[in-house]
Design a protein around this ligand. Structure first.
Ligand code: SF4
Ligand code: SF4
Length: 261
């Protein structure tokens, strides 16, 4: 049995990271080069606002991303999240809404889904120690995310975990069969994932479905008739930043750590 409660500071810090990530990409990917654009970018306060502006036709034309509303190939049953992110989703819902959400996940869950063997900070530690990386199975054909509706929309879009936010592609995944993510974006994603896990050290990580089914008890073994797989989060001992990206991510690191709550 594993129980952990979160303070408002941790939830606010997570939200700040989500907003920072969206702002980072809003500037980088729309290539906001004029000071007027940059000032407009600074005004955005929430992820919903950023999403709306990113989807605006004039901005879509300027975006390097293919990602857009209703594009859902990446919404598979293999998304993962931390317990802090699970708490962030659930605390913004009434008991009735939580019950409906978890029932929907239970009804639509895929029997086979990705179960991570190691967290991002665990992976960094293994690399530092020169250890063996566990082999994991992860196949998008195992099924869709249990929350994805017929309308191709996510019912918790504004609260979605970082694993969903960070699935971004410069090509149409439906046509290509894979997402194309630049090495720098992968580095930026790792930085955020490492810091979110660090913020939730002592918490757990697992498949989105497992985490939701275990929600409320964080019971690591059984939910009804099925096995829930979780792994324990760790503190970040070092950030995985390749030498060629160090200068590029410096301002971002400053924003992350200077604004820390
Ligand atoms: S990652 Fe791929 S499938 Fe997901 S929204 Fe972007 S382009 Fe669409
Ligand atoms: S939680 Fe939402 S954004 Fe994430 S995979 Fe499921 S439907 Fe997609």
């Amino acid at each position: 049995m594993f129980k952990k409660s979160y303070g408002i500071d941790q939830l606010k810090e997570l939200e700040r990271l989500y907003i920072l990530y969206e702002k980072y990409f809003y500037h980088q990917l729309l290539d906001l080069s004029t000071s007027e654009d940059k000032n407009r970018g600074q005004q955005y306060q929430g992820t919903a606002d950023l999403d709306r502006r990113r989807d605006a036709p004039q901005n879509r034309e300027r975006s390097k991303w293919h990602c857009k509303k209703g594009c859902d190939t990446c919404c598979t049953c293999n998304v993962t999240m931390t317990s802090l992110e699970c708490e962030y989703i659930l605390t913004q819902m009434s008991l009735d809404e939580r019950y409906k959400l978890i029932s929907l996940i239970y009804q639509n869950r895929s029997a086979i889904r990705y179960h991570p063997e190691v967290t991002t900070n665990g992976f960094a530690q293994i690399c530092m120690d020169g250890g063996d990386i566990p082999i994991e199975d992860n196949d998008p054909s195992w099924g869709k995310c249990p929350l994805l509706g017929e309308d191709h929309l996510c019912p918790i879009y504004e609260k979605r975990p970082f694993g969903c936010r960070s699935l971004v592609s410069e090509v149409d995944c439906f046509k290509s069969g894979y997402a194309e993510i630049s090495p720098l974006t992968l580095t930026v994603n790792n930085i955020f994932m490492q810091y979110i896990e660090h913020l939730d050290s002592g918490g757990i990580t697992g498949n989105f479905t497992d985490m939701m089914l275990a929600a409320g008890t964080w019971d690591s073994v059984i939910h009804d008739d099925e096995k829930i797989h979780i792994i324990y989060n760790r503190k970040a001992r070092l950030l995985m930043i390749p030498p060629e990206h160090r200068n590029a991510v410096e301002p971002l690191l400053k924003s992350i750590f200077d604004g820390k709550q």
